[in-house]
Design a protein around this ligand. Structure first.
Ligand code: ARG
Length: 465
């Protein structure tokens, strides 16, 4: 027991007269999840040591020793031979202890002018910056997969819905491009969040700064930060950048979830608009006929946990007085899980989008039911001079008549149609076709195939940047 105590308490041993219990040790330790910060922790230490040497706070020999030791630790971690000790609490103390084992006093000098408080804040920012860059690429790839599918289906028509009721015909390309827009805004949000992530806490030390003549700009530059955090108390304590990231992530998942909901509906045999490749589906252990869209369903489910992580971080932060409090150690697992969930989900969705088979005939058949071109008939009457409200009324009567006859508007004879308005002529039949309906919505943001192709070109140009 005392042997373990002396290990654990090396960083602050003299102050304490009894060891913590094993339970407390386990409760307060973070090494089993924060060891994933090891790489950025070493990066941060290398930059800090270089600055210390440049400012003549440590010697050139110490810097070389530290570099050699950290290099070796990096290798040990990469090859799995590094021994992580719960007794050493977290990633920072584990690495520092090993460094001291390897290079002696130079290792003990590394922590000069630094605290784990500014160290961990720096690590999370470096980690998150990398994660944002990777997620940005994955979002781009998903958008590309959707744009490719949209291009193949710029002319494919399906019913557009409001209130889940057939509303007006739309092109499938247009429908897919709605998600491309959502994921485009998600990308913008991540880029904006990155600006506030990319600031350097190091130099804030425990909370008040340090008495050593440090050069924070140099460290910022070495680590690729845009600037330093300008208040030491704020630098070590706030995790708003992580909260902001989780909010952006929750929106990405919300969009994924909306899309998942549609994929599930479209794949239901009752609807049958698409099929999803077998490799993204599973069967049932009891019902041999089943092919279930597990991937979109799970993604819809995982949205809950990502939204939950956002709530978790907001709640974690809200009661904290300045400056650092141990509460903040709880920021990591939700953050890591958010990144992992998003990474896997975006990757699998891009693959899955490339494995969707579209069934245009089923889409068309559905669009032909439900009077999807009723608005076109009303617009036609308006263009012939009837006020819109009167046109709306006339068409409502026509639809009512079709419901009774169990036929479509286009199935009525010209004579029957004229009964609802004498303004209706032979040219109405072109208007009542699905193709005529979508082609007529030919303005920026409209569903016409021509506009879909223009929108695709615009997104492709964006993605190529
Ligand atoms: N493991 C800690 C964290 O994640 C590192 C900082 C600890 N600082 C301290 N004063 N106990 O926040």
């Amino acid at each position: 027991m005392t042997a373990q105590f002396s290990k654990k308490s090396e960083a602050w041993s003299a102050r304490f007269s009894e060891p913590v219990s094993d339970l407390v040790k386990r409760y307060t330790a973070s090494v089993f999840f924060d060891k994933r910060l090891a790489e950025v922790d070493i990066q941060g230490s290398l930059a800090h040591a270089q600055m210390l040497a440049q400012q003549q706070i440590i010697s050139g020999e110490d810097l070389s020793a530290i570099r050699g030791g950290l290099q070796q630790i990096g290798n040990e971690i990469a090859e799995g031979s590094f021994e992580w000790l719960l007794d050493l609490e977290d990633v920072h103390l584990n690495i520092e202890k090993r460094l001291t084992e390897l290079v002696g006093d130079a290792g003990k000098r590394l922590h000069t002018g630094r605290s784990r408080n500014d160290q961990v804040a720096t690590d999370i920012r470096l980690y998150l910056r990398g994660a944002i860059d990777e997620l940005t690429i994955l979002l781009g790839d998903l958008r590309l997969a959707l744009v490719d599918l949209a291009e193949q289906h710029a002319d494919t028509i399906l019913p557009g819905f409001t209130h889940m009721q057939v509303a007006q015909p739309v092109t499938f390309g247009h429908h897919l491009l709605a998600y491309v827009e959502m994921f485009g805004r998600d990308t913008e949000r991540l880029a904006d969040c990155r600006k506030r992530v990319n600031r350097l806490p190091l130099g804030a030390a425990a909370l008040a700064g340090t008495t050593f003549p440090i050069d924070r700009e140099l460290v910022a530059q070495l680590l690729g930060f845009d600037e330093v955090c300008f208040n030491s108390l704020d630098a070590v304590s706030d995790r708003d950048f992580a909260i902001e990231f989780c909010a952006a992530a929750a929106l990405v998942m919300t969009h994924i979830s909306r899309m998942s909901e549609e994929l599930v509906i479209w794949m239901s045999p009752r609807v049958g608009f698409i099929d999803i490749a077998d490799r993204f589906c599973t069967g049932s252990s009891i019902m041999p006929q089943k092919k279930n869209p597990d991937v979109p369903e799970l993604a819809r489910g995982k949205t809950g946990r990502v939204t939950g992580h956002l709530m978790c971080l907001l709640t974690l932060m809200k009661g904290q007085p300045l400056a650092y409090n141990k509460d903040n150690q709880e920021d990591k697992e939700p953050l890591f899980d958010t990144v992992d969930t998003l990474t896997d989900t975006l990757r699998i969705f891009a693959d899955m989008a490339r494995g969707i088979t579209v069934k245009p005939a089923a889409m068309r058949a559905a669009a032909l039911q439900g009077y999807a071109t009723a608005t076109d008939l009303a617009d036609y009457l308006v263009k012939k001079g009837l006020p819109f409200r009167d046109a709306h009324e006339a068409v409502a009567h026509a639809v009512r008549c079709c419901v009774d006859k169990e036929c479509d508007l286009a199935d009525l004879t010209l004579e029957q149609l004229k009964a609802f308005s004498p303004l209706i002529e032979e040219d109405i039949y072109a208007v009542l076709t699905l193709e005529g309906s979508v082609a007529a919505r030919d303005h920026v943001g409209g569903t016409a195939p021509r506009q879909v192709r223009l929108a695709i070109a615009r997104v492709r140009a964006q993605l190529a940047r």
